[in-house]
Design a protein around this ligand. Structure first.
Ligand SMILES: Cc1cc2nc3c(=O)[nH]c(=O)nc-3n(C[C@H](O)[C@H](O)[C@H](O)COP(=O)(O)O)c2cc1C
Length: 514
């Protein structure tokens, strides 16, 4: 350990992820896994990082970037950069000075969970208020603890006194170095599972501090939170530790920002490791970001100095990103500086549809038996290749748009995703070919596809079945109506010839549709 704390080891640290590597070597496995792991298959944990790689920059050049101002205002308080520390439990497992070291290193945003004993909550909130905290963070995504299988395998138990000692963090409040944005601190595992939206009102009666609601990822909950008087939203999937197969928060940021519509600030966490990630969130409308695990890992490696260094590195990365995008202040970071996957799909269909639609009219008629093939226009549209999850989101949108009118074609086929020439070469060398499932979908306007490995296939099928079931009603409804008409027609003999003809033709069309 002494060696690790030396200058040699620190020279190896050039970004936040390096701290995780070093912490892994330094911490007992049980503790490292408790910090690092996500829930179940850890898909959300991975997606939290992967989602950033699907957002690209559109930089502006030849702007005077000799001076970059990263300061911003959070709930009326000026802070030096739009990066804050997320509430994470049990810092003392990482370092003997625990939360106090973290609080000294930076503005510490901690959390409060709701005990069944409301008197205790009241005492804690008031204690936080007296300690000079500026807001209460109400975590709403943890009424049950997620299934963290690494903890089960390690038979995780809390080292003695760790929980009690973290109360010290609550009283830390505003220290000379916490920059004034410390929030409320508390760690609890006995949460009140019946706590619901109406109880936020109760929370507001026991404190005059603004209440930020942490753990929202949908526009619908954003609307309710604002109606209940939330002073801000912290979008979070708890760093992938609660429910697996949640989307990365960055993928849902725009819809939440749109719903908030400037009424309250929207903050975001889960997976932020780079200055470029921070820039992307600000461009999509976030007022600031929080980081969780990097603080724990840097604390474990080098105590207070480690956390300071982690924050400094992230700050420096954001500064470079702003300069190279032509932004000299946080306000200058706009939506036009980034391109999302959704933007790419939209621009692709906008640019290809008009000309192809004209050509497609000539090739409309298809011989019988080709019902399951993609329509001609879809074959000619440029295929947008997506990751499985964004593919399913886009497919859902297609179904939603086609509920009243239109069709969606989905095809699946086995594919090696390699051209014939490459396959021949591989066969000659005796190399094994990985077979994948190529899934394509089109509504005649957009044409999307994804490729699945054998491992991903079952998971995809389960999600696809859910999407299908959710949109099945549109098909069923039409079929039932036709059957009803046919049945009615059979019952009324005098109208029979006309009705029967109609019924049989509509029955035929419903059959081919489903
Ligand atoms: C070890 C650990 C403990 C956490 N404890 C809490 C907690 O007590 N309350 C809370 O609201 N969030 C808690 N979180 C979630 C963080 O606030 C934050 O949402 C998450 O860590 C952000 O993701 P990141 O670690 O990828 O940056 C915890 C996260 C970790 C890793």
């Amino acid at each position: 350990n002494k060696e690790m704390e030396g200058a040699g080891c620190m020279a190896l640290v050039t970004n936040l992820c390096d701290y995780e590597e070093l912490a892994k070597q330094k911490l007992p496995k049980m503790i490292y896994d408790f910090y690092a792991a996500g829930a179940e298959d850890q898909w959300t944990l991975k997606e939290n990082r992967d989602a950033f790689s699907r957002i690209l920059f559109r930089p502006r050049v030849l702007v005077d970037v000799s001076c970059i101002d990263m300061s911003t205002s959070i709930l009326g308080y000026k802070i030096s950069m739009p990066i804050m520390i997320a509430p994470t439990a049990l810092h003392k497992m990482a370092h003997p000075e625990g939360e106090l070291a973290t609080a000294r290193a930076a503005a510490t945003a901690e959390t409060i969970m709701i005990y069944k004993d409301r008197n205790l909550v009241q005492q804690l909130v008031q204690r936080a208020e007296m300690a000079g905290h500026k807001a209460i963070v109400l975590t709403v995504d943890a009424p049950w603890l997620g299934r963290r299988e690494a903890d089960a395998k390690n038979r995780f138990t809390l080292p003695q006194n760790v929980v009690l000692k973290t109360f010290e963090g609550l009283d830390q409040g505003k220290t000379d170095k916490t920059n004034g944005s410390g929030l409320a601190a508390y760690v609890a595992n006995q949460v009140d599972r019946s706590f619901s939206w109406k109880d936020i009102k109760w929370l507001q009666t026991i404190t005059s501090l603004p209440v930020l609601v942490k753990g929202i990822i949908t526009a619908a909950d954003t609307r309710i939170a604002i109606e209940c008087g939330a002073a801000g939203i912290i979008m979070s999937n708890h760093g992938g530790r609660q429910l697996d197969y949640l989307p990365a928060t960055i993928s849902c940021l725009e819809e939440v920002v749109r719903e908030a519509n400037g009424r309250v600030p929207v903050f975001i966490d889960s997976g932020f490791r780079r200055g470029t990630d921070v820039f992307k969130a600000l461009a999509l409308g976030a007022s600031g970001v929080f980081i969780g695990r990097p603080v724990l890992f840097s604390l474990a490696v080098d105590g207070e100095a480690g956390v300071r260094n982690a924050l400094r590195m992230l700050r420096d990365e954001l500064e470079v990103t702003m300069a190279l995008n032509g932004c000299t202040s946080v306000k200058e970071i706009t939506r036009s500086h980034v391109v999302t996957e959704g933007d790419r799909i939209r621009s692709c269909s906008r640019s290809t549809i008009p000309t192809l639609a004209a050509k497609a009219t000539k090739t409309r008629a298809r011989p019988e038996g080709e019902n399951f093939a993609l329509p001609a226009i879809a074959r000619r549209l440029k295929m947008v290749v997506l990751q499985p999850d964004p593919f399913l989101s886009e497919l859902t949108s297609m179904y939603e748009r086609s509920t009243e009118k239109g069709s969606v074609w989905v095809t699946m086929k086995r594919s090696s995703m390699k051209c014939q020439a490459r396959l021949k070469k591989m066969a000659a060398k005796g190399e094994a070919v990985e077979l994948r499932c190529l899934v394509r979908a089109t509504d005649g306007k957009k044409n999307i596809s994804t490729s699945l490995s054998a491992k991903e296939y079952l998971k995809f099928q389960a999600s696809y079945a859910t999407v299908l079931k959710a949109h099945m009603h549109a098909l069923k409804k039409r079929e039932r109506k036709d059957k009803k008409k046919a049945a009615e027609a059979e019952k009324i003999p005098e109208k029979a010839p006309k009705k029967q003809k109609k019924a049989s033709s509509s029955k035929k069309s419903a059959g081919s549709k489903s």
